[in-house]
Ligand binder design. Structure first.
Ligand SMILES: *Cc1c(COP(=O)(O)O)cnc(C)c1O
Length: 344
């Protein structure tokens, strides 16, 4: 790959970051905090949060099998997605390549940052062609976006093909594994030692049941994480979120149970959809949702909305004509959807 100094924007490389009060003393135990213009009352909310989330990183590192210095937390993965553009992509000069169809935020953040977005179509099995992705790159391609399991298709992307891209590309390959907990595939975060040009995304929003607290994360080698820490807002993860995440991590057994239940329900729902006369195809999935091709997705979607049941209509997404994306809910919620569809 290119050296990090070549890949980063010049202004980011030269940036001297904001130094927050809490960063300047370290290694000492503080008992009197008069450094940050905080109000002394209303503990614990009067205090600024830890800008580097040391305690949370220690726990997350252990759970995820990475080092604390290989983690950067964001206000959802969405913050990290934006951060990647701001660190690596010169507006109106650089470009990124991404699989298509995929998660919509990669393109929205490209547009916001004035970075050209080059979608490369998946094949009819929703798999990537590493050659085609690489062919779409030029000297100014800084990032390649790969989402696996992919949203909205649900399938895992072949890891051999991803590795071909990682080996051949001289920039950063972002591998978004938001749904990895629902899959048995070996996660790419465990391959950080082998590949120095990957950034892997995870989130608390899906398997961990914490979409409301907004906690996403990037795993990458320390040199890349150091850059993210310099560029992100110093207090991007608030006190409530850090506390709630720490509590959630202490009870990972609960998450294991949720995952097992959701996977069992997912298989039941996919079988039931296959039996519906109005469903022509159910696509394979490794996530907590599946994509189904229907007779008339728009009409079925409208009918479900009238019955108070909301699924995601993906009919206007490329290669997803007449497809609905169905998230797995509780057994009761899933049954309500099936009952409605049987009466359609
Ligand atoms: C849901 C999802 C995320 C999670 O985003 P957050 O901002 O962490 O909630 C990230 N990537 C993909 C592909 C997703 O589907």
């Amino acid at each position: 790959m290119k050296k990090l100094e070549e890949l980063l924007r010049d202004n980011i490389l030269k940036l001297s970051p904001y130094s927050c009060a809490r960063n300047e003393y370290s290694g000492h135990t503080a008992t009197v905090l008069l450094d940050a213009n905080e109000n002394p009352y209303n503990n614990p909310y009067n205090r600024y949060p830890d800008p580097l989330q040391v305690e949370l990183k220690k726990m997350m590192a252990k759970l995820k099998g990475v080092l604390p210095e290989q983690i950067c937390f964001g206000n959802g993965s969405d913050e990290i997605i934006d951060l990647l553009y701001r660190c690596f992509c010169r507006p109106a000069v650089d470009n990124v390549v991404a699989i298509e169809p995929t998660y919509g935020m990669y393109k929205v953040c490209a547009d916001i940052n004035d970075v050209q977005y080059r979608p490369v179509m998946l094949d009819d099995k929703f798999q990537i062609d590493s050659e085609a992705l690489l062919k779409a790159c030029d000297d100014n391609t800084k990032l390649i976006w790969i989402c696996s399991p992919n949203n909205p298709t649900g399938n895992l992307i072949d890891s051999g093909e991803i590795e071909k891209v990682v080996n051949a590309f001289d920039g950063i390959v972002v591998i978004d594994e938001a749904y990895t907990d629902f899959s048995r595939a070996v996660p790419f975060r465990l391959k950080l030692a082998k590949y120095e040009n990957i950034v892997v995304l995870n989130t608390m929003s899906k398997a961990w049941g914490c979409a409301g607290i907004r906690l996403g994360m990037a795993f990458a080698r320390k040199e890349i994480i150091d850059v993210f820490n310099k560029v992100k807002y110093p207090y991007n993860i608030n006190v409530l979120t850090q506390k709630c995440a720490i509590d959630a991590l202490k009870d990972s057994f609960r998450v294991e149970k949720w995952i097992n239940t959701i996977v069992v329900e997912r298989n039941r729902m996919m079988n039931a959809f296959q039996m519906l006369p109005i469903c022509s195809k159910v696509y394979p999935t490794d996530a907590n949702f599946f994509l189904a091709k229907m007779d008339d997705a728009q009409a079925i979607y409208d009918y479900l909305v009238k019955n108070g049941i909301i699924v995601r209509n993906r009919t206007n997404v490329c290669m997803c004509n007449n497809c609905l994306r169905v998230t797995i809910g509780t057994r009761n919620e899933n049954n309500a959807l099936l009952a409605a569809l049987r009466q359609y």
